[in-house]
Every structure is written in structure tokens, then in C-alpha cells.
Design a protein around this ligand. Structure first.
Ligand code: SF4
Length: 218
């Protein structure tokens, strides 16, 4: 079978969306294996290796079987696999609202325009800031969201500069600032955002509040 017809999957499950402007909604998660980055605070290292090789048709069938209007492809980094682009299109064709979580290191321009892309920009505290593909910023649209995970004040200052330089809040539906769980106190982030009148949405990972932070498959 060609690479485009095979997908390495870590898990497919139903839960509620924990982040983004879709937070709180029932959602089917298709978590793909493999990532080429190693963010210092990554909370899904279990998806780096292993996984199950499945046909793209079987992944589609399983994702649709949960019958949630919302489906998200995440990882790992979904855009490392050739089958991701056609799978996203097929999920849209099936009438689902489709989200893609991506690190921002891969080219996002080939993604079906019906997909809501939630693209990370990696702040210095991640250890992977040099991997940001800045050409992607030009491809962002009002359907998309940019997420920046912050470990400390230095990351916040970096985010502030990037938002201003690229006019991010005018390019996308929402700019999301998210504190590293257990590292940056959300109260500090809220204070800084209010002091600076930042055009952003502060978010915390809802699933970590509901379940234990290390629980998988939720
Ligand atoms: S890009 Fe995402 S999955 Fe990959 S290391 Fe960073 S946080 Fe983890």
C-alpha cells in the first residue's frame, strides 16, 4: 500500500476538546504517531514512537464512528504523514468540523481550506523556537488559530513581539496564550495580558483540570 494510504496512529478516542475556541465541545481525537520536534514541556511524548499502522480508510471509518460533529487530528505532528492531507479532506467531505493541531514546523499551505488549523509558534522556552516555519504565517486565515505555549515571562515577551510584528490577531480567528502546566502560574499570565491590553485569549488545558494531568486517552 502506498504511504498516502497508510497512517500510523497512536490512538483514536472521544472526549471533549480541551483547548482553542472549540474548548468544551465533544470531539473525536485522531492522535497520530511521530514528531520531529522535542519541546521541553511536551505532554504527549508517548506518541513519538510506536503506534499502529492502519489503512487511511480504516482511520476515517473509526473517526466517523464516534459521530461527534467535531474531529481533531493531532499528534505528535500529523503533517509528517502523507496520508494526513487526504484524510483531512475526507473528514470535511463527511460533513465534520475538522481541526488540525500542528507544530508550525511543516508547510500548512496544502491543508484543505475547510479545516481550522491550530498552529503553534514555539517560544524559546520550548527549546524548539528555531524550528518555526515563518513562511506559514502568510498562509494563515480567519478560520485558523495560533497557539503559543509560555514557560515564563521571557516567553511572554517573545510572544508579545511576534504578535505585534506579524499583526497576528488580524490574521487569525484567535491568538491563544497557554501557560506551561505546573510551570507558569496562569494568574501571572492573566495579569500580564491585562496590563498590556493584549489581543489574545488566555487558555488553560481543560482536560488537565478535569482529569489528572498525566491521564491519556481523554
Ligand atoms: S511539536 Fe507537539 S508533539 Fe511534538 S514535541 Fe512539541 S509539543 Fe510534543
Amino acid at each position: 500500500m502506498a504511504d498516502v494510504d497508510q497512517i500510523r496512529v497512536h490512538e483514536i478516542y472521544e472526549s471533549i476538546q480541551g483547548e482553542s475556541t472549540f474548548a468544551g465541545l465533544p470531539c473525536t481525537f485522531v492522535r497520530l504517531s511521530r514528531c520531529n520536534l522535542r519541546c521541553r514541556w511536551c505532554d504527549t511524548p508517548q506518541a513519538f514512537e510506536g503506534g499502529t499502522e492502519m489503512s487511511r480508510a480504516a482511520v476515517l471509518e473509526k473517526a466517523l464512528s464516534f459521530e461527534t460533529p467535531l474531529v481533531e487530528l493531532t499528534g505528535g505532528e500529523p503533517l509528517l504523514q502523507e496520508g494526513t492531507i487526504p484524510l483531512l479532506r475526507e473528514l470535511c467531505d463527511a460533513g465534520r468540523t475538522v481541526l488540525l493541531e500542528t507544530s508550525g514546523e511543516r508547510d500548512i499551505s496544502l491543508v484543505d481550506p475547510r479545516v481550522h488549523r491550530i498552529m503553534d509558534l514555539k517560544a524559546p522556552g520550548s527549546g524548539e523556537s528555531r524550528r518555526n516555519r515563518w513562511e506559514n504565517v502568510a498562509h494563515l486565515s480567519s478560520r485558523d488559530e495560533v497557539k503559543i505555549v509560555l514557560a515564563d515571562r521571557a516567553d511572554y515577551e517573545w510572544a508579545k513581539g511576534v504578535i505585534e510584528e506579524h499583526g497576528l490577531e488580524r490574521r487569525v480567528n484567535e491568538v491563544l496564550l497557554s501557560p506551561v502546566w505546573g510551570e507558569l502560574d496562569p494568574k501571572d499570565l492573566v495579569k500580564w495580558v491585562l496590563e498590556d491590553d493584549m489581543p489574545v485569549r488566555v487558555q488553560i488545558q481543560m482536560h488537565k483540570v478535569i482529569w489528572d494531568a498525566d491521564t491519556q486517552g481523554v
